[in-house]
Design a protein around this ligand. Structure first.
Ligand SMILES: [Zn+2]
Length: 211
């Protein structure tokens, strides 16, 4: 997401819609690679994959105060900072482990948050070229400020390609294993979705013949 607050009193927002979806699909991919997780545990991992972008909610404050005498700039000051660091990853991991009494889930949540960071490092360059460096040790230190020279833009084709691959994986899993991200919000919706996929792409019928 890119916000231009350069003109006094105006806030222009350009949001590549795939971004948050890509993060969620990556989280789902991670959750489905770990065997034996409950619906609640998968939800933790997927939520962790998008949670860092909660620090972008400062945008609401910026937009609502843009035309006042005291405009706020929480977006530019805190996005990719407050929830994009090691401390946030650790706190969310501890919360997951504490709520579920499962240390391994805490480890998975830690991995999911850091997967989000890696995705941002690779493909979140703004339209203006800004790289949104990752201040991993914030708030204790502004150093390091990680960024990679080959980072592509948010709306660049690799993000679209990755999203499509992940979407294909979701559809494949729905057909093969009968599971999809929909089960996180509604098992019934998941059943309907899986039935729809399987009606279009039926599972192979195994024929057993007596010899
Ligand atoms: Zn992010």
């Amino acid at each position: 997401m890119f916000v231009d607050t350069s003109l006094a009193g105006t806030v222009t927002v350009s949001t590549p819609p795939m971004n948050i979806i890509t993060h969620a699909l990556a989280g789902w991919g991670l959750a489905t690679m770990l065997p034996g997780l409950s619906r609640q545990e998968k939800t933790w991992i997927v939520a962790a994959s998008v949670a860092p972008d909660l620090d972008g909610l400062g945008l609401l404050a910026d937009v609502t105060t843009a035309k006042t005498d005291s405009p706020l700039f929480w977006w530019s000051e805190y996005h990719h900072l407050v929830a994009h660091n090691l401390l946030f990853a650790l706190l969310l991991s501890l919360a997951a482990a504490a709520f579920t009494w499962k240390v391994l889930l805490g480890v998975a949540v830690f991995g999911s948050v850091n997967l989000h960071f890696l995705c941002d490092l690779a493909g979140s360059r703004g339209p203006d070229g800004y790289q949104w460096p990752l201040h991993y040790l914030w708030p204790f230190s502004d150093w390091p400020a990680w960024a990679v020279s080959w980072q592509w833009k948010l709306n660049a084709w690799p993000n679209v390609a990755i999203s499509l691959v992940l979407l294909g994986y979701v559809l494949w899993l729905a057909r093969q294993r009968g599971t999809s991200p929909l089960e996180l919000v509604s098992p019934h919706a998941n059943e309907v979705f899986v039935a729809t996929i399987r009606s279009r792409f039926p599972l192979e019928q195994r024929v057993c013949r007596d010899l």
